[in-house]
Write a protein that binds this ligand. Structure first.
Ligand code: NAP
Length: 247
């Protein structure tokens, strides 16, 4: 048994789904480390909240789209300093627009953060977890990566790509006792969906059999299962948490 802290690392843990995941994994007993990019005050609040509940947390300003910075982070902060039990690839952005008007930069940035960033984190985590011979990776994809969505070609392509990345790496890493799964949220109440007009929200609700938007905690519960002791024989799966929207 090593004396190193047993860490769950969550990308984009300062707000929304990532924050709920950080809080839930802290309740599950992990030391939770998370990244953010633009809002240090939100990140500090999360750390303070976990520490006041008796847990341990650390926040790192780290852009998922900067692959050199991500590789250095693993080298300097994780290797030899933590037992990396769990990686949750959660950080994500949208730059919506209709296909015919979508700018290259909006395509590139969404793919860079939502897909390439997850690849980089996963590659670096896999090096450590495969040496440890245990680890859990959970990628946050989306219902729209499974069914498509008008106005989100870049986002849907990234999220569908993330499912392919999940399934391929699950096959590669299984022999090292590392599981890789995805959670596919439906429409969840966070900053990402807060600015949608009422009409768009009503249209969404009409597609959801359970007739409500999801809460970040609904997604955190699914991540907790996949990261926990009861999911040791689950790998390469996409767990849909979407109110029955896509089955
Ligand atoms: P959110 O409320 O917008 O929060 C995004 C989080 O990601 C924040 O912590 C943000 O940090 C961080 N982040 C953004 N860009 C980053 C970057 N370049 N590097 C590092 N961190 C970055 O989003 P959310 O709704 O919770 O979504 C979380 C994940 O769930 C995303 O992957 C999203 O695609 C997916 N998802 C969401 C929904 C939904 O309905 N909300 C549905 C399906 C899937 P700062 O605070 O520093 O900005």
């Amino acid at each position: 048994m090593s004396d190193l802290p047993k860490v769950a690392l969550v990308t984009g843990g300062s707000r929304g789904i990532g924050r709920a995941v950080v809080e839930r994994l802290a309740q599950d007993g992990f030391e939770t480390w998370f990244t953010y990019v633009s809002r240090p005050e939100e990140a500090e609040k999360v750390v303070a909240e976990i520490e006041s509940a008796g847990g341990k947390a650390r926040a790192f300003k780290l852009d998922s789209g900067d692959s050199e910075a991500v590789a250095s982070f693993f080298k300097e902060e994780i290797k030899g300093k933590a037992e990396l039990e769990v990686l949750v690839n959660n950080a994500g952005i949208t730059r919506d627009g209709l296909l015919m008007r979508m700018k290259d930069e909006d395509w590139d940035r969404v793919i860079q953060i939502n897909l390439t960033g997850c690849f980089t984190f996963q590659r670096e985590a896999a090096k450590i977890m495969s040496k440890q011979r245990h680890g859990r990776i959970v990628n946050i994809t989306s219902v729209v990566g499974q069914m498509g969505n008008a106005g989100q070609a870049n986002y849907c392509a990234a999220k569908a790509g993330l499912i392919g990345l999940t399934k391929s790496s699950a096959r590669e890493l299984a022999a090292r006792n590392v599981t890789v799964n995805a959670v596919a949220p439906g429409f969840i109440q966070t900053d990402m969906t807060a600015e949608l007009p009422e009409k768009a929200v009503d249209a969404m609700l009409s597609q959801i059999p359970l007739k409500r938007l999801g809460a970040p905690e609904d997604i955190a519960a699914a991540v907790s299962f996949l990261a926990g002791p009861n999911a040791g024989y689950v790998t390469g799966q996409v767990l849909a948490v979407n109110g029955g929207m896509y089955m």
